[in-house]
Ligand binder design. Sequence first.
Ligand SMILES: Cc1ncc(C[n+]2csc(CCOP(=O)(O)OP(=O)(O)O)c2C)c(N)n1
Ligand SMILES: [Mg+2]
Length: 584
Amino acid sequence: MTADAPLAVEVASAAFVDSLVAHGVEHVCITPGSRSTPLTIAFAMQPAVRPWLHLDERASAFFALGLAKATRRPVALVCTSGTAAANYYPAVTEAHLSGVPLIVCTTDRPPRLRDVGAEQTMPQAAMFGATTRFAQDLPTPHGASFEAAFFATVAMRAVRESLGPYPGPVHLNFPFEEPLIGAGARQQRPAPSIHPIHAGTPGPLDADIEAALGVLKTAAAPLIVAGPEVPESAIGPIASLAATLGAPLLADPLSGLRLGVHDRSHVMAAYDAVLRDRRASGPCAPDVVVRFGGRPTSKALNGLLDDARAVHILCEPWGSWRVGSVAMDQVLPGDPAASAAALADGLRGHARTEAGWFRGWSTRDQAAGAAMRHAAMEPGPLFEGRVFIELQEALAPGTTVVAGNSMPVRDLDSFTVSDAKPLRFISNRGANGIDGVNSTALGVAAAGPGPTVLVIGDLSFYHDLTGLWAAKRHQLDLTVILINNNGGGIFHYLPQAAHEDIFETWFGTPGDIEFEHAVRLFGGHYERIDGWEAFRSALDGDRKGLRVLELQTDRAVNTAWHRTAWQRAASAAWDQAGVAHATV
Ligand SMILES: Cc1ncc(C[n+]2csc(CCOP(=O)(O)OP(=O)(O)O)c2C)c(N)n1
Ligand SMILES: [Mg+2]
């Protein structure tokens, strides 16, 4: 080896990175460290990939998750050895459960330094367990002639495995020997020619389609359920399947079917309010359910599905099974768009759905939706549910709204009506975590196109405060609607709320945090919002950089207000409109 020849770790890292890029990886999220030096430099010296620096691994991984959720393309991650890698775990879990492609590259001591008390060393091989689609503990590069080809193939396989048939995280552990930096560090490499590996899952089997058609052709009361993360290509076919079958289409806001210019004639949006009433159990019980996407946000809908004595049919990519505790009767593994299209084709002229079934659903849905909206718009202190009504009106088409877990995503579900204006909604519903949400939203903002708005509760915002640093470092534009009810508002709906002696300390958990300081710490613009006029004009204002609009709300007032809204919706659906049409 001559003095200026690159090191073996540099050759392997460059071959790996160039191959990732050649197969379609456009973004990498990197955190500082020593063991990761060869990979960090290999990414930095490849102009065709966009590197995003982060200072902590938990935020870095959630940012990568947001980027990958928004682009549906694999995003790479690089970190040093030890607990750095363990900080990836929450985001890897969410990626696993919501089908998001990540290529997680952890760096490690070589095997001779494992389990012997070496610094910053922990068991890293396959450390993410069952949450990865594929994991490999790689060999230490030593300079063998085959190594460049080997690491290039590892990269290609990683991209392939992350994309499916059901996308998800892939983990590669790189054990590197010192020295970690040499002559290769100074060599910028040309962009490789790019042939992206395509995402996708093979179509359903004809026999499965035939079996499902056999059931659907005799269905009198079929339901179609579109849960979170339906692929965009399936939106049109699912909408026309519902129309062909004459079936109510229960569209979760995260499915992409509730809003947009596709055929929304069969879309239901207020089913959560309708199904909260116990009178729903008979008239809303389906005989066949066709499921697309993940488990819906609405607890009431999940209750109906869990209990329904219907034939349950699941249309998901190979490897995806996100139905909760419902027992399935038929599974159509394969491309959901192809399944929906094939079912619609086969049903044309053969549907036997009772007209009253659809009319009953539709009438109740409209009555409940109008009552919810009416209740939310009444004057009074700031009502959390109204945030989404105001946003739906004010935001420009093409805006992405990231909804935090806990009440924000539930209010999104309860108060967003079906409409032609396309807004995209994203939420971490795989693991329902209140962690990493700021970073996820910043990753979404980094992906573009269009503006990004985050709606988040105070505890969730606190959980990922350090993630806000990325907004400053990368000059990202994000508007955060911070709903500060000083604690966990969601727990007021649980039975422990009745136990006043323990509730506030252990569940209400007020944090008493003055967020203004934290926002300024990261160079953001902070504004306290006292009323809806002010909210609207703030939304209309300058959208550059990190902007936090804080709405201080009261948990008890909000709980009571939600209950009133649900009661009025139930009464609108079941006392009047619902009963009048139930016999039609
Ligand atoms: C990482 C993580 N820790 C804890 C929880 C449990 N949890 C669910 S909701 C919630 C309260 C969230 O409070 P906040 O973000 O203020 O939203 P709010 O309930 O007030 O709408 C907690 C602690 C969780 N889902 N994820
Ligand atoms: Mg809160």
